[in-house]
Design a protein around this ligand. Structure first.
Ligand SMILES: [Zn+2]
Length: 232
């Protein structure tokens, strides 16, 4: 029922549009005779906007509907209104996109900012392994007592002598087999005073105090070296 009503309504719309187009064609071709003088621009603009202030009995409507000059002007005004409305829609869409983009960027910035706020509070610690054994499988000898606070740490590790340059994975683990890692960080070597050293960001904020192992693993040589470590 509703469908057929809609269909007939659509058909009516099409029919009315067709009549309007035929009428418009005749007016523009000068086949109609307008009565009275041309109304001013303000009236035509109101008419194009379908202002409710214009009474249907207004004789200027009759004139505009049969005068080629006024009809041309009306069509131009309608086109102008339509493109202005489109510009408003586009501007609104652009604004909405910009707001979403800004919200996204601000969100990302806030998310990235959170850990870096911690970074500014990172505790600098140095572990000197220069004299620690580097032979694979060899237990490190008398290593200086290494202890780190349970905090965000900028950890500088002076690697044992003869260590290869490159990238290292630094980990703090529960045992000497790499199990129970509580923190990890990647770092590349840099030479300082003839010694290879790496600086890694290690987050021990959630680590419980106790005995751990600090391990260094070279990117190509998968063997890890473990050194006893205490977290306070
Ligand atoms: Zn006219």
């Amino acid at each position: 029922m509703r469908l057929s009503w809609r269909r007939s309504s659509n058909a009516e719309d099409r029919f009315e549009k067709w009549i309007a187009q035929q009428h418009q064609r005749r007016v523009l071709a000068g086949e109609t005779t307008p009565s009275g003088p041309c109304p001013d621009n303000a009236f035509l603009r109101d008419l194009a906007r379908r202002s409710p202030q214009i009474a249907l009995s207004d004789p200027r409507i009759d004139h505009a509907a049969s005068c080629p000059t006024c009809m041309n002007r009306l069509l131009a005004l309608r086109e102008d209104l339509r493109s202005r409305r489109q510009r408003v829609v586009v501007a609104a869409a652009v604004t909405a996109c910009a707001i979403i983009a800004i919200a996204f960027v601000v969100g990302r910035y806030a998310m990235e900012r959170t850990p870096s706020v911690g970074n500014t509070l990172a505790v600098s610690q140095t572990v000197n392994l220069w004299d620690a054994g580097t032979v694979r499988g060899e237990q490190p000898g008398q290593l200086q007592a290494v202890s780190l606070p349970a905090a965000l740490i900028k950890l500088t590790i002076v690697l044992p002598r003869h260590s290869a340059p490159g990238q290292y994975l630094v980990a703090i683990t529960r045992d000497q087999n790499g199990n129970g890692a509580v923190a990890e960080g990647l770092a590349s070597t840099g030479v300082n005073g003839g010694q290879q050293q790496i600086v890694a960001d290690i987050d021990l904020r959630n680590a419980r105090a106790g005995q751990y192992f600090l391990s260094t693993t070279h990117e190509q040589d998968q063997a890890a070296y473990y050194y006893p470590l205490q977290i306070k």
